[in-house]
Design a protein around this ligand. Sequence first.
Ligand SMILES: [Zn+2]
Length: 168
Amino acid sequence: MSTKLLDRLLFAQGGLCFFCKQALPKSDASVEHLVATSKGGGNNDENRVACCKTLNALLGSMSLKEKFQVMLNQKGSFNCPNRSDGASTAKSVGASPNLVGPPPDRIAKVVANLKQRGTSRPRTVKTLRSTIAAFAKDISEAELNALVDRLQSSGDIVITGQKVSYSL
Ligand SMILES: [Zn+2]
């Protein structure tokens, strides 16, 4: 990946992350293809943006539709995962108790794992939690809670009482 490309995109975006509009130091920046090149997306600036690395890791494997879903789920207050833990409290609108969420790659892995299971996904909160715990071995109780919360707030799962349904 050429440094010039990243410089150019950052310049065009006024030095801000394309998605969360926070000041984006080059060390935290990465190039995101809106439509993945593996899905036929172009290797040109029409299709490329600079964004936070953590967000890029989360969006990396998604289709454009899924990316839109993530954006729309933020309901206008987009905070990149892992970027709400530092000094940037400028827009802490609706601060949640889980300010430091689970790492995006872990979320992505859990989502991918659940997708793979097809119709044999866990149907209760209890089995979902033990499934995730078995899959993400070193996960803490707090992180597990945060992860289930995150899946719920992103709309990937819907919890009704003890029952879980999926829209993956
Ligand atoms: Zn960002």
